[in-house]
Design a protein around this ligand. Sequence first.
Ligand SMILES: Cc1ncc(COP(=O)(O)O)c(C=O)c1O
Length: 136
Amino acid sequence: MALLGHSHPAIIEAVTAQAAQLITCPEIFYNDQRARLYETLETVLPDEINRFFLCNSGAEAIEGALKVARLLTGRTGIVAAKRGFHGRTLGALSLTWNKDYREPFAPWQPAVTHVTFNDLGAARAAINEGYGGGGR
Ligand SMILES: Cc1ncc(COP(=O)(O)O)c(C=O)c1O
């Protein structure tokens, strides 16, 4: 919601109206508002993007991306940028650079290689066919 601005009157009105009807709705149930959102997304996104994962946080988006990457490639190794922050869930935390966030919760997701942001040579070197790198 933050990307839509803070305290915009139209957002307050829409959220208030929705909260008065139905404040949350799991994916297993049909929801007219979710269906409208999917329809809108389909009209603004390129044709090849026709599946969506709606989520509640950045960390959940990272978890979804990790799962999609693993499903599509069959690989478990992940390359992440040094100094990056990816969230506090266990998978996302494994990628997060700052040890203060990570250290207390070891062990993390295996085979994470951290490379300097924008160092494409290091990123290419870290990508391989299997388990991936590991450590840093
Ligand atoms: C790049 C990036 N990924 C993930 C996150 C985690 O988002 P959230 O706190 O919504 O889980 C953040 C939060 O700052 C972020 O900047």
